[in-house]
Design a protein around this ligand. Structure first.
Ligand code: SAM
Length: 214
């Protein structure tokens, strides 16, 4: 099975990557993140590593009046329209400090080697009291030897590498970036022994965070 670098793999994956949960992992992931997003009362929201824009309707439905999707892959971005799209690297966001009160990032932290620098960049673009809500492949993936694979439009199965991050690495990165970790979730599929994802909700220091009662 060929194993590809992220940019090449996402360009190949884009034509068959629907903008809605299309497997059990994504359904679990979206069921986990959606209530956290709704509770954060987004006004200006950025979805980092947006891909084909799966989270953009979720952010609008949660009340955000500004919704921006950012991705490195033009192939992914051109799969959706009607929303603000930005092609850029999440490690150097093209936005001023304190631009958004919510940043989401689903299943893209595994593409980032230096987690602490990425979290610091998310924090920079957040308002004081703003929210960072994201998911990552659970660190048990690497321990279990699980692999990331997808099928291309031509039916070829391709493996995509990722950088595993331990739970402590996430928490340390939050603390170093003045983010208070508010929620950690490690959901499993029904009957499964191991969690599939790790989800985090962290709040930037220095402001009054807005929360809806859950
Ligand atoms: C597994 S996909 C997830 C897409 C979407 N968030 C979802 O959950 O449906 C990861 C996405 O992150 C993007 N990505 C990876 N590294 C990135 C970076 N440094 N800057 C911006 N986007 C990046 C990829 O291009 C890809 O579209």
């Amino acid at each position: 099975m060929p194993r590809l670098a992220a940019d090449e793999a996402y360009a190949l994956w884009a034509p068959t990557y629907p903008p809605h949960p299309h497997n059990a992992l994504m359904r679990i992931e979206q069921d986990t993140l959606t209530p956290l997003i709704a509770a954060a009362r987004p006004v200006r929201a950025l979805d980092v590593g947006t891909g084909t824009g799966r989270y953009l309707p979720v952010l609008a439905a949660a009340g955000a009046s500004v919704v921006v999707g950012l991705d490195l892959s033009m192939a992914m971005l051109t799969r959706h329209d009607g929303t603000r799209r930005v092609q850029a690297d999440a490690r150097a966001l093209p936005f001023a400090d304190a631009t958004f009160n919510l940043i989401t990032a689903s299943l893209m932290a595994g593409d980032i080697e230096t987690l602490d620098a990425w979290v610091a960049e998310m924090s920079r673009a957040l308002t004081p009291g703003g929210h960072l809500i994201y998911s990552d492949f659970h660190p048990c993936w690497r321990r279990q030897g699980w692999r990331r694979t997808f099928r291309t439009a031509q039916g070829r199965t391709v493996e995509l590498d990722y950088h595993p991050h331990e739970m402590d690495a996430h928490l340390d990165a939050h603390a170093a970036a003045s983010l208070h970790t508010r929620v950690i979730r490690e959901p499993r599929a029904p009957g499964a022994r191991y969690p599939v994802i790790a989800a985090f909700h962290a709040v930037k220091a220095g402001g009054r965070p807005s929360f809806r009662r859950r």
